[in-house]
Design a protein around this ligand. Sequence first.
Ligand SMILES: [Zn+2]
Length: 176
Amino acid sequence: MTNADDMLAVAASRAARLAAPGLSPMPRRKVAVLACMDTRIDLFPMLGIERGDAHVIRNAGGLVTDDAIRSLSVSQRQLGTEEIVVVMHDGCGLHGASEDQFAQALAADGVQPTWRLGAFDDVEATLRRGLARLRSSPELPARDHIRGFIFDPETGALREVRVPAVGGRIVLATDR
Ligand SMILES: [Zn+2]
């Protein structure tokens, strides 16, 4: 039996619990969370959110990609969110990964994607760059409340990474 079969059976057995009759698709707390897909990050208890509270967008790394911005843009423009929280983490699979090796493996299968793996060497600098990109993305009408956190799966601690702002301008000391 595959996972998909198990999952379908579980969902069928819990339909009454899963039903959300009348629950609005507009996130109750007007917040969208962008996070790494890492299995160790349990966002709902970590952030104290429940079903109906927030949009949750996950990808490899919790990176601010074009597609993450697409989802966040829909979240804000169509569904009323006004705040963004980005969650990256220590021990990410993209930390120290090889962009070149990944590209070579794809090329060996005849693929030259338009996207990059998104490997990074410094999780805090990468998060700061992502936050800066969000804050300068006109796709997002609400950019006053954008914060970034890093989770340590070993200790359970969640720490904030702040982008230094000087005179209203964002300074990116770590940017190339
Ligand atoms: Zn990760």
